[in-house]
Design a protein around this ligand. Structure first.
Ligand SMILES: *Cc1c(COP(=O)(O)O)cnc(C)c1O
Length: 407
């Protein structure tokens, strides 16, 4: 294959045709039962055709602008900058319709489902943010929507469950395993295998078998595409010195990093959830402590117990409470292109209150992990630091109230 062809097909992503990432091709791929292979091939073919079709891209961009409300602002956080001794800018994904970056991907995938003639969409969700985004775009496009959600999450994310229902989605409570996100993904993949013909799997992060991580990353890359033009216009520099994002599965980080991957002057920082602390063993610090494994159809990093089984993760943030990470993130971490930090529950919650009090912005508790990294890095006064504010914190008020009460 010529480089030109690969560039057209995969953009700037360091991925091969089988979905392996980086120069060592170590992470990624598609580890699925034979019958699912056909679905994935059909999906990849439709996807590469769609993104080469100006009509498809035109419709996607038009909806991003008029429905989602993009471009999202790049906001100079002057008081926060003073506090940390550098020049801090917030990429305001929290201002998107439905309150997070997830809609960027949900919209792209739903348009693809329509293009493929699928009538029925399934999705998994943990905190319910992706479930809400999926239910939203399905309502918009008249698609039937079923959301798989762990029973534990159904109980603790009631308002989002009600949102999904109001938007017309069926919510299926998954009782297997730990009854959280990991089990919801298993259930969605199993359902997709059973109903290959008419069903589209609208995945919520840059995880799973190829081509899912690549598709999700490409649809989220609008974040760094906007940053590329906003940074020279709104900051003293032509490119940022740092881009910082929290990492659950890695979709908002992938999108915020995408157009800077080849620019080695830009330090990329991924912040994962250290929960009660790495030493406590109760965390979701996949890249800091994880081992190579196959999880949800992809060779990647995951946290494991002594017996070598995937260990249930823990984080105060439901959106980061996942035992694995997408293959691009695993690859960037292992090659050293991305610096990996981990923030505890308390560090993240403290950072959330800090942003609320200095800038009048209540961040999602996931995004607060990225903000917590500001206290962990030695910045120079003229450093231009972009923090990807992946979502808003309305959904986390109970968590914030509990923290304030025990302080
Ligand atoms: C889901 C979610 C995340 C984590 O998912 P990624 O795929 O790692 O981006 C982060 N922030 C918010 C607001 C979320 O809803």
């Amino acid at each position: 294959m010529t480089e030109d062809y690969n560039q057209r097909k995969h953009g700037v992503l360091p991925v091969d045709d089988k979905g392996y990432y980086g120069s060592d091709h170590r992470f990624g791929g598609a580890y699925v039962p034979e019958e699912l292979k056909k679905n994935l091939d059909e999906l990849a073919e439709a996807y590469y055709a769609a993104i080469a079709d100006p009509a498809f891209i035109g419709e996607y961009r038009s909806l991003l602008r008029n429905y989602v409300g993009r471009p999202s602002p790049l906001y100079h956080a002057a008081r926060l900058s003073e506090l940390y001794g550098c020049d801090i800018y917030l990429k305001r994904e929290d201002l998107n319709h439905t309150g997070a970056h997830k809609i960027n991907n949900a919209l792209g995938l739903a348009l693809l489902a329509v293009r493929m003639g699928k009538k029925r969409v399934i999705a998994e969700t943990g905190a319910g943010q992706h479930g809400v985004a999926a239910a939203t775009v399905c309502a918009l496009m008249g698609l039937e929507c079923t959301i798989y959600m762990g029973a534990v999450d159904v109980a603790r994310q009631k308002p989002n469950v009600e949102r999904m229902k109001m938007l017309g989605a069926n919510v299926v409570s998954v009782e297997q395993g730990g009854a959280t996100l990991q089990d919801a993904v298993d259930a969605a993949l199993a359902e997709w295998t059973r109903h290959r013909e008419d069903t589209f799997y609208l995945i919520g992060s840059a995880v799973g078998p190829h081509p899912f991580p690549e598709m999700v990353t490409t649809f989220q890359s609008v974040i760094s595409e906007e940053l590329k033009s906003q940074v020279p216009f709104l900051t003293p520099k032509t490119s940022p010195d740092y881009v910082i994002a929290c990492v659950g599965g890695g979709s908002n980080a992938s999108g915020a990093f995408y157009h800077f991957l080849d620019d080695k002057e830009v330090t990329l920082v991924g912040v994962e959830a250290a929960g009660h602390g790495i030493a406590s063993g109760e965390h979701a610090a996949t890249m800091t402590t994880g081992e190579e494994t196959v999880l949800h159809g992809s060779r990647t990093l995951s946290i494991k117990d002594e017996e070598g089984n995937v260990k249930p993760p823990y984080s105060v943030s439901a959106g980061l409470d996942y035992p694995g990470v997408g293959p691009l993130m695993a690859s960037l971490a292992s090659s050293g292109r991305m610096r990996v930090l981990a923030a505890t529950d308390d560090q993240a919650l403290e950072a959330a209150f800090m942003l609320a009090r200095t800038e009048g912005i209540i961040p999602a508790v996931e995004s607060a992990h990225a903000l917590a990294a500001l206290a962990m890095i030695d910045f120079k006064p003229d450093d231009v630091v972009v923090v990807n504010l992946s979502g808003r914190g309305d959904k986390d008020m109970l968590t914030f109230m509990n923290y304030a009460a025990r302080k």
